[in-house]
Ligand binder design. Structure first.
Ligand code: IDP
Ligand code: MG
Length: 139
C-alpha cells in the first residue's frame, strides 16, 4: 500500500461553512477513492498529539485550539502517487499563495483555517491513518 494512500482532514472552518460535500466531490473528481472516513471532534490533547511534530512552532497553540474547535471529517484516500497528487489538489498552506483550482484556494479562510489537511510523505500518511483508523474501518 505504500505510495497509494494519503490521509486528509476537512478542518473545522470548512465543516462550519457547509463545504464537506463540495470538497469530497473535488476529491472524487480528482480520482481518489475513499478507504476510510469518520466525522468527529478532536480534543485539544488529541489535536496536540496529531500535530506533535509542530510542537516547537509559534503557531502550535493556535493550531491545536483551532483543530479542536469543532467537528472535522477524517479520511484515508487511495490513488497512485496519493501523497503528492493530493498535496497538488489542496494547494499551498497559505491560501493567498494557493493556485486556482485547488481546494485551499477555493475554500480556505486563512493560513490557520485552511480547509484541509494532507499528509506530506508516505511515512506520515501511514502514521496519520493509524492515528484515526483501525484495519476494521478500512475498505
Ligand atoms: P500543511 O498543512 O500545508 O502541511 P504545515 O506547515 O504542516 O502545513 O502546518 C500545519 C498546519 O498548521 C497548517 O495546515 C495550518 O493549519 C497551520 N499553520 C501553518 N503555518 C501557520 C502559521 O504561520 N500561522 C498559523 N497557522 C499555521
Ligand atoms: Mg503538514
Amino acid at each position: 500500500m505504500v505510495g497509494k494512500i494519503t490521509f486528509t482532514m476537512i478542518k473545522p472552518d470548512a465543516v462550519e461553512a457547509n463545504n464537506i460535500g463540495p470538497i469530497l466531490a473535488m476529491i472524487n473528481k480528482a480520482g481518489f477513492k475513499i478507504v476510510a472516513m469518520k466525522y468527529m471532534r478532536l480534543t485539544k490533547e488529541q489535536a496536540g498529539n496529531f500535530y506533535a511534530v509542530h510542537k516547537e512552532r509559534p503557531f502550535y497553540g493556535e493550531l491545536t485550539e483551532y483543530m479542536s474547535s469543532g467537528p472535522i471529517v477524517a479520511a484515508i484516500l487511495s490513488k497512485e502517487n496519493a501523497v503528492s497528487d493530493y498535496r497538488k489538489l489542496i494547494g499551498a498552506t497559505d491560501p493567498t499563495k494557493a493556485e486556482d483550482g485547488t481546494i485551499r484556494k477555493q475554500f480556505a479562510k486563512s493560513i490557520a483555517a485552511n480547509a484541509v489537511h494532507g499528509s506530506d510523505s508516505d511515512e506520515n500518511a501511514e502514521i496519520e491513518s493509524n492515528f484515526f483508523f483501525s484495519q476494521l474501518e478500512r475498505f
